[in-house]
Design a protein around this ligand. Structure first.
Ligand code: GLC
Length: 494
């Protein structure tokens, strides 16, 4: 069959018309199915290992998963009030909000502006990054307030969604950059003074009251409106979770002699799960992603799940199928555009999965427009299957983390609040995650399709806006009660 000769480079194989390419890529499909499928037994094995690693992270010796104490020491009651500023530095966007928690139980008003973080800032200097953040904040304030002194009285919650050590709620010592950020001179340092210096240069009288992780914000914001919420998750550019632990189960805090039953939200930073590569079924493509990333050896779990990486896993697989494996994919086509790293984002995969047309004509259009490749029918079927496999693997592996926290805490029934672009926009992500939880936790078949699952992963409230405001409010309450554990600058709440 034409195109089967592995010695001839594909670019020299002629026209690329349908006559040249195999009509059936069953062999290739079988290969990717074997590579990307994670069966129930494997999910259970991963979950069991995950439970042990969560515990290790809380121990004095520590482990791969940081399990960072956040000094968020309790759930909201729904009666919190006040006006707060919230700044959210995610992996892709920057958002500034003003949140008012109203007198009405669990209600809030919010005004906000969103700014895209220019990609070069992710690998620039710390000063450039914090100057940009301060500029956005200033612009927001100038739009919404005539009187800057008014702003000075509003505590600010800064959602900094990277692993940070917090000896206090108002500091954040960056452990390492994640999500493709690579800015020199920040790791190992407290980012709060860098941020405050940029504000001071602009004469903005803002007081940072709390530095929070997006997962902790999600947990608290979700629990504000739904007391069954026990875990906050982000499935977006990155992937992570937070839950409420009791201080007695955090051996690494034992030296502080906090009452054992005191609650403490833990930012797991579970993206780092299995950095030792003991259980995760990594493919050659996952290995390449890791090796070519700014932090090889870090965020093993995240790199198989998060939005930043799904398109890249897909791209690497297709390039390999074209170049190797008997060279029966995109025979004779120029795949130069496909060879460019990180050229496809997760929305490209979402669009592929959404093509339900029998002829898969949307996929044809997507490949033509974005990559200048004309896939034939067999290739379009393979493309769709590959997207499904990668999306399904991400959802199923994510469920292992949720199941592990539930097992560790003994939660048989609860709600899990989830946010992030993958959770909110990726087709079937929720159903696939729910199915995996069912398999891991042995719930058996549903009798009635309308019946709630014992553990449900639901769309969260806005963690980095409302959650940040609530955390500032809860901390303010602690200051007023004189419970100053983990608060370095109580004056920022006066
Ligand atoms: C990365 C960050 C983590 C964050 C997650 C989701 O894993 O390290 O702090 O919560 O992305 O944004």
């Amino acid at each position: 069959m034409a195109g089967d000769d592995p010695k001839t480079p594909p670019s020299e194989k002629g026209s690329g018309s349908d006559a040249d390419v195999p009509k059936d890529l069953a062999k290739e499909i079988k290969y990717i199915e074997e590579l990307f499928t994670v069966d129930t037994a494997k999910l259970k094995q991963i979950t069991d290992h995950f439970v042990k690693e969560l515990e290790k992270g809380l121990s004095v010796e520590g482990g791969s998963i940081p399990m960072n104490p956040t000094w968020v020491m309790g759930f909201p009651t729904g009666h919190e009030t006040g006006t707060f500023l919230a700044l959210d530095m995610g992996g892709t966007n920057l958002r500034v909000c003003q949140v008012t928690l109203t007198d009405q139980q669990s209600e809030f008003d919010i005004i906000q502006s969103k700014y895209r973080i220019p990609p070069p800032l992710k690998t620039g200097t710390a000063e450039e990054l914090f100057e940009y953040i301060a500029d956005c904040l200033l612009q927001f304030i100038q739009t919404h307030h005539d009187d800057l002194s008014q702003i000075g009285r509003m505590p600010l919650g800064f959602t900094f969604s990277y692993p940070a050590t917090q000896n206090y709620i108002d500091e954040g010592i960056l452990q390492r950059w994640t999500k493709g950020f690579d800015i020199e001179g920040v790791e190992g340092k407290n980012v709060v003074p860098m941020f405050e210096a940029a504000l001071a240069r602009r004469g903005v009288p803002i007081r940072l009251a709390a530095l929070i992780n997006d997962t902790t914000g999600t947990l608290i914001a979700s629990a504000y409106t739904d007391p069954k919420m026990k875990i906050g998750c982000i499935f977006g550019t990155g992937c992570n979770a937070a839950y409420m632990e009791d201080c007695g189960s955090i051996p690494k805090l034992a030296h502080l002699n906090l009452p054992p039953e005191t609650p403490m939200a833990i930012n797991c930073e579970w993206g780092a799960f299995d950095n030792e590569h003991k259980v995760l079924p990594r493919t050659p493509y996952d290995i390449t992603i890791d090796e070519d990333s700014p932090r090889p050896g870090q965020q093993a779990f995240e790199k198989m799940i998060a939005g930043l990486y799904l398109g890249e896993i897909f791209r690497l697989t297709l390039v390999d199928l074209h170049d190797n494996h008997d060279r029966r994919v995109f025979v004779g086509q120029d795949i130069t555009k496909l060879r460019k790293p990180y050229t496809l984002d997760t929305s490209f995969l979402s669009a592929i999965e959404e093509d339900s047309d029998e002829n898969l004509s949307d996929i044809a259009g997507l490949f033509q427009n974005k990559l200048n490749i004309t896939p034939n029918k067999a290739e379009r079927i393979l493309i769709k299957r590959l997207a499904e496999l990668i999306g399904t693997r991400a959802a199923r592996l994510s469920a292992c983390g949720v199941a592990a926290i539930c097992k560790k805490k003994g939660y048989k029934e609860c709600h899990v609040g989830a946010d992030g672009s993958v959770f909110n926009k990726y087709p079937h992500f929720k159903e696939r995650g729910a199915q995996a939880l069912r398999e891991i936790l042995d719930w058996g078949e549903k009798k009635d399709p309308k019946e709630e699952d014992p553990i449900e992963i639901l769309a969260a409230e806005d963690g980095s806006g409302v959650g940040a405001a609530l955390i500032a409010a809860l901390t303010l309450e602690r200051v007023q009660k004189g419970n100053l554990h983990g608060i370095l600058h109580p004056e920022n709440y006066v």
